[in-house]
Ligand binder design. Structure first.
Ligand SMILES: [Zn+2]
Ligand SMILES: [Zn+2]
Length: 168
């Protein structure tokens, strides 16, 4: 992570959409599920989880696409209206879903700023894709409290309180 205040920008392939991220993410997932493989055409998606209001659209027009998820509830994927590159998505699990954004790390100008903290759904990992030893990986999903930093758990709690989503 960078020192001092974190701020970075990103955008789509044609350059119409530009956005700014105003803080570091809460956690970064490398997701190996088959949906992410299909959507990215690659071995996994890299999703930075961050409060929706910390991703500011600077220019361009966003188009939305509703995609399937393993939960069956779907996710809303934001694409550049011109080049159709996916920039982020919101999972429609509950009220929180609207306010928790999954930013596609590959669309940052410097994707190396936010390396994956955890590899998830590795049960469907492509067999020839070798995972790094130093990063935790799980076959499906992980235990939130054991995986997220204290700081990020506090941010999630604050987000839930702001949105009125109750803890289970
Ligand atoms: Zn574009
Ligand atoms: Zn996935």
């Amino acid at each position: 992570m960078t020192h001092g205040p974190f701020s970075c920008e990103g955008g789509c392939a044609c350059g119409a959409v530009r956005y700014r991220v105003t803080s570091k993410p809460m956690i970064v997932h490398a997701c190996h599920c088959l949906n992410c493989q299909r959507q990215t055409g690659s071995v996994h998606a890299i999703n930075a989880l961050i409060e929706t209001d910390r991703v500011i659209l600077l220019s361009g027009e966003i188009e939305e696409f509703l995609a399937d998820t393993p939960s069956g509830r779907g996710q809303r994927i934001a694409l550049c209206a011109s080049c159709k590159v996916a920039l982020w998505s919101n999972y429609l699990l509950n009220n929180l879903g609207e306010h928790l954004r999954f930013l596609r790390v590959g669309t940052l100008d410097d994707p190396s700023l936010t390396p994956p903290d955890v590899h998830i759904f590795t049960a469907s990992r492509l067999p020839w894709h070798v995972l790094p030893d130093e990063t935790p990986s799980v076959e499906a999903y992980y235990d939130l409290k054991a995986t997220w930093s204290q700081d990020s758990l506090q941010r999630l709690k604050a987000l839930r309180q702001r949105m009125g989503v109750r803890h289970k």
